[in-house]
Design a protein around this ligand. Structure first.
Ligand code: F6P
Length: 343
């Protein structure tokens, strides 16, 4: 009898998810598996919301952002009877294995279901934040940074014309990879990351120095940084205990500080969720396809509890536990590299 597998996507959507689903379904076709799409992440297994996926459903997904399966930030371990309902759905549909595509939270649930409940699960590494350990890159990151760099180009055009400091606030609650890569590749004059306490005096001096040379300056700030006056309101938490950053307006607060301290006119823009959509880059398309294919190969080889991870230029299976025990943040070496360009 052919195997039945279920595929889900959890957490924030990003580019590369649809290509990854496509890769998984195409590989499953080789093994004659039946593939079920699980709607809206772990929520679909709690509610029994699944549908059969055919090759023609995924054929044209290569260049589409988002996830055609839908997603949510649902944690079955935080919902009454959630885990039992997940197990019942797996049983009712006769699923032999689950492929979970997600970041630290979604894969953390996968790892727990594998370890504590013996569920046959494998993972694929998605997240625009690139903060998943044990994989060199996650799909979604490259496209998000590309959106950020495009936005910086527009800010540079207008900032140069008006002789202003222009700030772009990008996503990244706990890890600054998106801010770092956006800043480095757009020639930003200062970058603020959640990993480092902001050096307001150093930043203002640097912006004045740059301004005296080119009459404008560019700053990238991660939404997750702490500034005097930010984060005073009580933050709402999601089911994984992460802050929902809707009201912090870090770009605005930073702009006020810069204009007050330097006397230079300053404007800011928040890229927000635009950073998660658009046209997936070639890198994300190919990484999505490769990890989707590899994840199904892990199922075929009965290598459960593993993640299809990028190591160098190889996609290999590594334990989900290694990927989810702590997030990957920007280290000092990277921070020092960024500082080379603050002159
Ligand atoms: O976890 C990915 C992420 O893009 C974060 O960088 C961001 O803070 C968050 O999602 C926003 O999530 P939501 O879509 O729930 O507003």
């Amino acid at each position: 009898m052919s195997k039945r597998i279920g595929v889900l996507t959890g957490g924030g959507d990003c580019c590369g998810l649809n290509p990854a689903i496509r890769g998984a379904v195409y590989r499953a076709y080789d093994y004659d598996y039946e593939v079920f799409g699980i709607r809206d992440g772990w929520r679909g297994l709690i509610d029994g919301n699944l549908f059969k996926i055919h090759l023609q459903d995924v054929e044209e997904l290569i260049d589409k952002a988002g996830t055609f399966l839908g997603t949510s930030r649902t944690n079955p371990f935080k919902i009454d009877d959630g885990v039992n309902r997940v197990l019942n759905t797996i049983n009712n549909y006769g699923l032999d294995a689950i492929l979970a595509m997600g970041g630290e939270d979604t894969l953390g649930v996968a790892s727990k279901l594998y370890k504590e409940k013996g569920v046959s699960v494998v993972g694929a590494p998605k997240t625009m934040d690139n903060d998943l350990s044990a994989t060199d890159f996650t799909f979604g990151f490259d496209s998000s940074v590309t959106r950020g760099v495009e936005a910086m180009k527009s800010l540079e055009d207008t900032g140069k014309s008006h002789h202003r400091v222009m700030i772009l606030e990008v996503m990244g609650r706990h890890a600054g990879w998106v801010a770092l890569y956006t800043g480095l590749s757009s020639g930003a004059d200062w970058i603020l990351l959640p990993e480092e306490k902001p050096d307001i005096e150093g930043m203002c001096k640097q912006l004045q120095r740059v301004y005296s040379r080119k009459k404008y300056a560019l700053v990238v700030v991660s939404e997750g940084i702490e500034l005097p006056g930010s984060g005073e309101e009580e933050e709402e938490l999601d089911q994984f205990g992460h802050m929902i950053l809707k009201k912090r307006e870090i770009g605005q607060t930073l702009g006020d500080i810069i204009s007050e301290k330097t006397g230079i006119e300053t404007r800011h823009a928040v890229i927000g969720h635009m950073q998660r959509g658009g046209i997936p880059t070639v890198f994300d398309r190919v990484l999505g396809l490769r990890t989707g294919v590899k994840a199904v190969e892990l199922i075929e080889q009965q290598e459960f509890g593993k993640l299809a991870a990028l190591k160098g230029n190889e996609v290999i299976g590594i334990p989900l536990e290694d990927a989810t025990s702590k997030i990957k943040t920007v280290n000092q070496e990277w921070i020092d590299l960024a500082k080379v360009f603050f002159k």
